[in-house]
Design a protein. Structure first.
Length: 275
């Protein structure tokens, strides 16, 4: 994968390195950390439309989950009929089963390049000089269990990174559960359905904490990137949830022209005028 992403990785490396040099007169030794934070935020801003599309798609899946579960039970022995009924449900709701997945897949290449940049000792066959900078005297290329060990200043910095990530993961998981409940409460085209437990609930609670495990085996620079990226994702989810709450529903389904009240009113008026 590194060779496949070699060209964009080299381009991003020169961009972040140049920004670090630009910030050095003002920030000194913290210039590289500031460059990592600023570049990560800039990329996440660029990807915001895809992020919100993914959240809307996930909200749709949460809202339709009870009906999909009901269809699976009803047509468990009729796979072809099941596929037709599921396709019809998605069509009525103006969405698809990939609505929440496709935007995430589109984000993956760029986010992978950034993560590789902050964990690669070499870029383009040359040393990654970004990792020679430090945070509180700890090189950005240092690993938690390497060098002075976990009981040193290096270990304390990493503990701070892990604590920040764990807190963000806890908040993200809590917010994700609230958003799922909010989306499930929204009305759908087929009407209300009986609530069903979300499959893999325990896995959903544990999965976010894999970020902490990744940080434990990655350089400090990658840990900083993960904190910023996870925090930004949390902020996006919070904004999305507040926006949905302000509109009075978790996710309004896409209206068809025949269902638009304005269209219907216009049609009714046209009928009266013609009459």
């Amino acid at each position: 994968m590194t060779s496949l992403l070699g060209v964009p990785l080299d381009a991003v490396y020169h961009l972040v390195s140049g920004f670090t040099v630009f910030l050095t007169p003002a920030l000194g030794g913290l210039a590289a950390v500031a460059a990592i934070i600023a570049f990560t935020v800039a990329v996440r801003i660029i990807l915001m439309p895809l992020s919100f599309r993914a959240m809307r798609g996930q909200a749709v899946q949460a809202r339709l989950a009870p009906q999909l579960q009901s269809l699976r039970k009803r047509y468990a022995r009729q796979p072809e009929r099941l596929q037709r009924e599921m396709a019809a449900l998605y069509k009525r709701e103006g969405t698809s089963m990939f609505a929440g997945l496709t935007p995430l897949l589109l984000q993956w290449p760029l986010l992978s390049v950034i993560y590789l940049l902050f964990r690669s000792a070499q870029v383009g066959g040359k040393p990654n000089t970004l990792l020679t900078h430090d945070l509180f005297g700890v090189p950005l290329g240092a690993h938690w269990l390497g060098g002075a060990g976990p009981a040193s200043m290096q270990g304390l910095v990493f503990v701070g990174v892990f604590a920040a990530l764990a807190g963000l993961c806890w908040l993200s998981g809590r917010l994700a559960r609230l958003m799922t409940a909010q989306a499930a409460a929204a009305p759908s085209a087929a009407g209300p359905a009986e609530a069903t437990p979300v499959p893999g609930g325990a896995l959903i609670k544990v999965l976010p904490y894999l970020t902490v495990v990744i940080a434990a085996f990655a350089p400090l620079a990658a840990g900083i990137y993960l904190i910023v990226s996870t925090g930004w994702s949390l902020a996006e989810r919070g904004y999305f949830r507040r926006s949905a709450g302000a509109s009075g529903t978790a996710l309004p389904r896409r209206r068809r022209p025949s269902e638009d009240p304005n269209t219907a009113t216009g049609g009714a008026r046209g009928s009266v005028n013609r009459g």
